[in-house]
Write a protein that binds this ligand. Structure first.
Ligand SMILES: Nc1nc2c(ncn2[C@@H]2O[C@H](COP(=O)(O)OP(=O)(O)O)[C@@H](O)[C@H]2O)c(=O)[nH]1
Ligand SMILES: [Mg+2]
Length: 194
């Protein structure tokens, strides 16, 4: 899919600020620093539309990026950021929950994990939570550029077997740094909307 005019639309801190035009939403979920904002940028070939940070835990809002009025990429705040106070983590958790469980525009959840590590306890909790919502889900093992290309397929299988032993949730490698896996993800998104 070629996106001609991707636009940042709004950083919402309250549900009444979410867009109200009914466009479908593709949501990025994953722990802080896993590459959710980088994912948005790389998919549309822009360096800085979504704000990325090497310092985890910066995003506390829900950011909506309008893709040619076809759909939104929705960048959720990351979870599991240890430097955030318990209270802040709880607030972020509630905000994410509130969105994921009540937003009827959600068409696909893209769940990002780090290819270099086994899924954390927080990842597993979040995964179960996503599955319980019954929404379509795609698991992406991001930062694939950080491991040897010969190990990518087996590592992705290993991650899938830990999160999704039944093997019924598609799991693909991704790299926001090198654009080699983008096409597969675009195909997946296109299939959802066709
Ligand atoms: N090597 C590599 N670095 C990445 C990749 N994706 C994200 N990063 C880096 O990881 C850090 C966090 O990325 P960001 O998109 O801000 O993560 P977010 O907190 O999930 O939105 C940044 O320094 C990115 O440059 C990737 O696929 N490969
Ligand atoms: Mg981010």
């Amino acid at each position: 899919m070629l996106i001609k005019n991707p636009k940042f639309e709004i950083s919402a801190v309250r549900p009444n600020q979410y867009p109200s035009n009914g466009l479908p939403e593709v949501v990025l979920v994953g722990k802080s620093n896993v590459g959710k904002s980088s994912f948005v940028n790389t998919m549309i070939n822009r360096k800085k539309l979504a704000r990325t940070s090497s310092e985890p835990g910066k995003t506390r809002q829900i950011n909506f990026y309008n893709m040619d009025d076809k759909f939104y990429f929705v960048d959720l705040p990351g979870y599991g950021y240890s430097k955030m106070s318990k209270k802040e983590q709880e607030q972020v958790g509630k905000f994410i929950e509130e969105y994921l469980f009540h937003r009827k525009e959600i068409s696909l959840i893209i769940f990002l994990v780090d290819i270099r590590h086994s899924p954390t306890e927080n990842d597993k909790l979040m995964y179960r939570y996503i599955i319980s919502s019954g929404l379509p889900c795609l698991i992406l093992a991001n930062k694939a550029d950080k491991i040897a290309i010969t190990k990518v397929d087996d590592t992705v299988k290993g991650i899938q077997s830990q999160l999704n032993p039944l093997g019924d949730i598609p799991t693909l490698p991704f790299s926001a740094e090198r654009k080699i896996y983008q096409e597969d993800v675009w195909k997946f998104i296109e299939d959802i909307f066709i």
